[in-house]
Design a protein around this ligand. Sequence first.
Ligand code: VTB
Length: 332
Amino acid sequence: MSQAITVQPGQVIERILTLELVRVTERAAVASARLRGRGNEKAADQAAVDAMRRELNKLPIDGTVVIGEGERDEAPMLFIGERVGNRNGVKVDIAVDPLEGTTLCAKDMPGSIAVMAMAESGTLLAAPDVYMQKIAIGPGYPQGVVDLDASPEENLHNLAKAKGVKVTELTALVLDRPRHTDLIAAIRKTGAGVRLISDGDVAGVIFTTNPASTGIDIYLGIGAAPEGVLAAGALRCIGGQMQGRLILDTEEKRSRALQMGVKDPNRKYDMKDLASGDVVVAATGVTDSALTKGVKFGKDVIETDTVVYRSATGTVRRIYGEHRELSKFHLD
Ligand code: VTB
């Protein structure tokens, strides 16, 4: 008889679910990877959503989507508030970005991933689909060395001092958007470098956790709020610091946010406010990136590359998958 796996008190997310998450992101990645380079962002996203939802509903969880494809009326699937799982299990929050970097996938460019997080119920910020101002650095620095409300100059100088390098040796990662013109100029004025990305700031934030390999010391700028929560979940597992503030610049956005429980529209969220409990995050590559390789389609085998993070232990696993039951994948 197989031995039962004991769940430690306080460990709400059973470790067995860590692997289950990998299955979910693998399937979403394979489904959208079939549509790489086809120029159809919507179709690629829909394929990822369908596959992710199908797999999620097989899991022994009672899940609620808190970060999803949108609000109920506009998103047919994986909308905020949707219940997922077979309901026979632990109550959890689910955050999904079935295809992060839809444009990258549609253009077959590097950096698109299928990503999701599962957390203790009530511990992920239910963020509306608005922008978020974000700052993130990796582990190993004193708490508060950078701050969302400090200038880019101050942040870079403080970070350089804490790292024991010259500011000219730092590189910041920023989304390539007109809204960042001043930010980019301010960073460059310090002598630091700027790496621009066209999309994919979940991975962008994660890159700060390993500057030796990615070359990225700090993430700065404005991206999407749901991606901010997913990134904070991953950072909680690996270590690092992150802050975010929702950009609620219209009455409509403020009232939508209020409905989702955001009482103070100017609140500065810390990493632990964005993801406060036990969390597991998985990401599978759709196209190649510094985080994971993209899906490879062979004659008899489909290969996937996944990274999965678990906050309870800080474990990071890289899972290379060879999938042989191809008939199952034809569903996608
Ligand atoms: C970023 C990026 C995402 O949204 O969060 C971005 O990392 C922000 O929105 O991959 P804009 O494109 O409007 O600047 C994505 O591009 C996709 O959601």
